[in-house]
Design a binder for this molecule. Structure first.
Ligand code: C2E
Ligand code: MG
Ligand code: MG
Length: 414
């Protein structure tokens, strides 16, 4: 974002530190600097609608410390990025970073004490553009209302919602293991619309169940089609927790799968970490029922929620998917790398299979393999593919695979 538009909140219990940081920031082209003397005061400001593009907070403060502040900011609908300031050594900071990232998407960077003006300038420059939000200041992020619930309902009536398919690749030989179904709206006027523009509006409405039915039917038909040409490919489908509150969900789903002669063991349901960890008793009951029928269960976007080991161990999990936010950053961010490494180790210790999301570079494959990640998805392999193009993509893949595998192996063996 343009630094001269930037509003910064400084949080420190020491008046001298606040003063020093304020002076340094005044020398940068930021628009406004506000100071708070502790985590609680900062949270009050933000929760009462004050909008900041960057929060710079001391780590060690009485009451709500920098870590808790980062986590709680990360739980807000449109969290401003946080830079943690600390005198602790890099090793401890790496684990603080991991913890805070597990608590949300808020942590932008860690600034070692004493903070230099160059470090501040770099932090301001690193504020993602998304933060320069289109929302008027003071309003939390609400679903983008570019499509109304009524328009979405009409689209569902007209059968315009279909699954696209993103290949999942095992990271050793580069073979395709299956596909994740990702819903798209084939809008007659606006073209192919991604889920971020319509899912939030229907998240807690009955339309979500209808959308899920449409995606599931399309995805199961596709899997059946692949099988009919001799291809055994797994299928992953994203579920919203709302659809798991209907008591007969598992039974209906099982019939839909068995009626098509498909095998539940080849089908994985993905629940995001926060949804899975906060599920009600009915949700947990349905998840368990699905597992009993043989379906697999995956935690999607792992690392973005705040589930405890206790919550994780209570879920009948089969797989853990590492969030794109971590994998995308791990090549040049030690903290993101530590988060990925520890998540993978956790999965291995719990006996779960692993899948890395958002792979765009061969170098990332190389490192994920080295850390023991089994499978991956991402634009390096393919963007989500329209159903009618999946078979053609599968035919082409072996030719691309050889060169890619060579690329992600070379440096490892060098
Ligand atoms: P997700 O399940 O974590 O899916 C991964 C998202 O990352 C997809 O976005 C995919 O297109 C994108 N992606 C994959 N690889 C890369 C990459 O290398 N680089 C980048 N920049 N992006 C990559 P998409 O399709 O927009 O889906 C967004 C989210 O919407 C999904 O995240 C999932 O949570 C949700 N979603 C998608 N389809 C459904 C559905 O049928 N039902 C429900 N309940 N949620 C769905
Ligand atoms: Mg997913
Ligand atoms: Mg994901």
């Amino acid at each position: 974002m343009n630094p001269s538009d930037c509003r910064v909140l400084i949080v420190d219990d020491h008046p001298m530190q606040r003063l020093l940081l304020g002076r340094m920031l005044a020398a940068l082209p930021v628009r406004e600097v506000v100071a708070a003397s502790g985590g609680l005061e900062a949270l009050e400001l933000i929760e009462n609608g004050a909008r900041f593009d960057l929060v710079i907070t001391d780590l060690d403060m009485p009451g709500v410390d920098g870590m808790e502040l980062t986590r709680r900011i990360g739980e807000l609908p449109a969290p401003p990025p946080v830079a943690l300031v600390s005198a602790l050594d890099a090793q401890i900071l790496a684990s603080v970073g991991t913890l805070s990232r597990l608590g949300g998407r808020a942590l932008l960077t860690i600034l070692p004490k004493p903070v230099s003006i160059d470090a501040l300038r770099t932090a301001v420059a690193a504020i993602p553009d998304a933060v320069a939000s289109p929302h008027p200041r003071g309003t939390p992020s609400t679903p983008r209302a570019d499509y109304t619930v009524d328009e979405i309902a009409a689209g569902l009536d007209a059968g315009q919602f279909v699954p696209y398919f993103e290949p999942q690749i095992e990271l050793n030989e580069g073979h395709v293991t299956g596909f994740e179904a990702l819903v798209r709206w084939l809008h007659p006027r606006d073209g192919v619309i991604a889920p971020g523009r319509f899912l939030p509006q229907i998240e807690n409405t009955p339309l979500m169940a209808r959308l899920t039915d449409a995606v599931l039917a399309g995805a199961l038909d596709a899997q059946r089609g692949w099988r009919d040409v001799g291809l055994t490919l797994s299928l992953s489908v994203n579920l919203s927790p709302g659809v798991l509150t209907t008591l007969d969900f598992a039974a209906c789903l099982t019939s839909a799968v068995l009626d098509r002669g498909l095998d539940p063991k080849t089908i994985t349901f993905e629940l995001t970490e926060s949804n899975a960890a906060n599920g009600s008793a009915v949700v947990l009951e349905n998840i368990t029922r699905l597992r009993i029928k043989g379906f697999r269960l995956s935690i999607d976007d792992f690392g973005t929620g705040y589930s405890s080991l206790q919550q994780l161990s209570e879920l009948p999990l089969s797989e853990l998917k590492i969030d794109r936010g971590f994998t995308a950053r791990m090549l040049d961010d030690r903290v993101a790398r530590a988060a990925v490494e520890s998540s993978l180790r956790l999965a291995q210790q719990l006996g779960l299979s692993t899948c890395g999301e958002g792979i765009e570079q061969p170098e990332l494959v190389r490192q994920l393999r080295w850390m023991g990640c089994e499978r991956g998805q991402g634009y390096l392999f393919s963007r989500p593919i329209a159903p009618e193009r999946v078979l053609a993509w599968l035919v082409d893949w072996p030719q691309r695979r050889g060169a890619l595998v060579e690329e992600w192996r070379v440096a490892l063996e060098a």
